[in-house]
Design a protein around this ligand. Structure first.
Ligand SMILES: [Zn+2]
Length: 229
């Protein structure tokens, strides 16, 4: 190479380096657009221990007003006299899952036979009354280590076991106000994806129904999609 072209070559090389770096930067800047899809925010509202007349009815009214679907884990002994509430939940597009016949742990977890009988009886009531085959299950009292052996039995029968990772506090905090339940929901949902929020729609939980509109609107405002199982 002729000496007089050397500076020009160096300048060209420098220019190419700058361009390459800019290209690389453009590529890395494009990356967030891709990961935006991965930053999906989903929330599952799950209601345990119903149906009840007043609370479940109010919860269904709010879900309808807000155009949101949820999942209800049913205690089948509480269905008698409230068949229409259960039918309404199914009709309005909510998922009905098995929780238990009567929520009495000593009976439910007495043996594998007792456990399966409990699951099947609850599912039979849901199917007879609301005409839907339950495919999701939630352990009464939660799915702790002692209950692991039951998980396989459920899986064999085609049930998906649903736990939770956020709570509104309606069982944990005595006499909680709607405001407290709202705050607890927001606080425990932070950083979770998806959020599976535990709420209760049995008779004592009027404050849960009272908090529900605020809870739904908060997650809507924050870009969450509402899902059901
Ligand atoms: Zn329960």
């Amino acid at each position: 190479m002729h000496k007089k072209y050397l500076p020009l070559t160096l300048a060209l090389a420098a220019l190419l380096t700058v361009l390459a770096a800019a290209g690389l930067r453009a590529m890395t800047q494009a990356a967030p657009a891709i990961s935006l899809a991965a930053e999906e925010k989903n929330i599952y509202l799950t209601f345990d221990d119903g149906p009840s007349t007043v609370v479940t009815g109010r919860v269904l009214d709010i879900l309808k007003e807000e155009d949101v679907k949820a999942t209800f884990f049913i205690v089948s002994d509480r269905v008698a006299g409230r068949e229409e509430v259960l039918r309404r939940a199914a009709r309005e597009g909510h998922t009905l899952g098995v929780h238990s016949v009567n929520h009495v742990y000593t009976q439910i977890y007495a043996s594998e036979e007792a456990f399966l009988h409990d699951v099947e009886e609850c599912a039979a009531v849901i199917e007879r009354v609301a005409g839907v085959k339950a495919r999701v299950y939630r352990f009464p009292g939660g799915g702790n280590a002692k209950r692991e052996r039951y998980r396989a039995l459920l899986r064999e029968r085609g049930y998906r076991v649903i736990s939770w990772n956020a709570v509104c506090g309606d069982e944990e905090i005595p006499n909680a106000t709607a405001e407290t339940l709202f705050r607890k929901s927001v606080e425990t949902a932070r950083g979770k994806q998806p959020v599976v929020l535990l709420l209760h729609d049995s008779a004592p939980h009027k404050q849960t129904a009272a908090a529900l509109t605020d809870i739904i609107r908060y997650f809507k405002r924050n870009g969450y999609t509402f899902c059901r199982f």
